[in-house]
Design a protein around this ligand. Sequence first.
Ligand SMILES: *[C@@H]1O[C@H](CO)[C@@H](O)[C@H](O)[C@H]1NC(C)=O
Ligand SMILES: *[C@@H]1O[C@H](CO)[C@@H](O)[C@H](O)[C@H]1NC(C)=O
Ligand SMILES: *[C@@H]1O[C@H](CO)[C@@H](O)[C@H](O)[C@H]1NC(C)=O
Ligand SMILES: *[C@@H]1O[C@H](CO)[C@@H](O)[C@H](O)[C@H]1NC(C)=O
Ligand SMILES: *[C@@H]1O[C@H](CO)[C@@H](O)[C@H](O)[C@H]1NC(C)=O
Length: 266
Amino acid sequence: MPPAIAWAMSAGRGLLASLTLRMLGSTTSHSTSPPTGDTGDDAISPKSTTGPVYNLTATNCWMRTKSCAIKFGSASFFDFKRLVFDNITIVDSHRGLGMQIRDGGNVNDVVFSNIKMRTRYYHPLWWGRAEPIYITTCPRHPDSKEGAISDIRFINISSVSENGVFLAGSKHGLLRNLKFKNIDLTYKRWTNYTGGLYDYRPGCQEMVKHKTGGMMLEHISGLEIDNVRMRWARGSLKGWNVNPILFRPSTIDNLSFHDWQSVDVQ
Ligand SMILES: *[C@@H]1O[C@H](CO)[C@@H](O)[C@H](O)[C@H]1NC(C)=O
Ligand SMILES: *[C@@H]1O[C@H](CO)[C@@H](O)[C@H](O)[C@H]1NC(C)=O
Ligand SMILES: *[C@@H]1O[C@H](CO)[C@@H](O)[C@H](O)[C@H]1NC(C)=O
Ligand SMILES: *[C@@H]1O[C@H](CO)[C@@H](O)[C@H](O)[C@H]1NC(C)=O
Ligand SMILES: *[C@@H]1O[C@H](CO)[C@@H](O)[C@H](O)[C@H]1NC(C)=O
């Protein structure tokens, strides 16, 4: 099934600019029910196959997918710049907010605000590992260019998820200046799928066995945490070797933590 909305289809024009999307899946302008996207593949997936994507705004949506609800890429040859996603509800999806940059395009200046999510495991043939937030850039093939991701803000986000936040740049494609403000992350297991895998697909390192953490950080320069709460439903996390934050120190610099808590809940 194709993404509910994929900008690859409009990429023939070379440039997608200044598009505002308010209604998803609703074709009548008189509809009063909330706009929805209910799909197997990604729900909103801007792609930069033949040109850059600028000034895209998506607001007031409800989504459910066995893939990623909002996903940049993976077709990402050109840049993404100035995108806003606001007031969005994502339920029972395999991934919430995602960037899968694999082909050399850069991402800059993106805001995700006022978003509620619930992410869970599905069969691993679907890309996704229940991550509420998944920001990655790495070369699809050993000779692909490495895009960078910079100035990304997450504001007023809450999630209940079966896996942690995954933030991974690559050696020549760093994640720069990420900001998390007013974030509430609850960790809990309710499906019986096996966890313990980092998912770099497509390409890169594919799937890597690894213990699970609340946030995994790799190849980042500039991460600001401001008012972030992690809540652990310990009883439901059997077999999950829980660490609030996992990172490879030699690949990370300029971290700032302000008002960060990690607490147990029932
Ligand atoms: C995107 O929006 C900015 C600010 O409003 C504007 O300056 C720029 O020209 C827009 N870019 C495109 C490609 O429309
Ligand atoms: C947020 O989106 C929902 C639809 O999902 C809508 O009913 C609600 O009015 C929106 N809230 C704001 C503040 O725009
Ligand atoms: C985040 O939430 C606070 C409190 O509800 C609100 O004042 C602020 O405007 C919100 N920020 C954004 C970017 O929506
Ligand atoms: C998960 O549980 C369901 C029923 O609750 C069962 O049908 C399924 O086989 C189980 N899957 C695994 C991988 O254990
Ligand atoms: C550190 O990161 C912050 C954002 O998190 C950025 O504003 C600042 O410029 C960075 N400082 C250095 C020295 O890179």
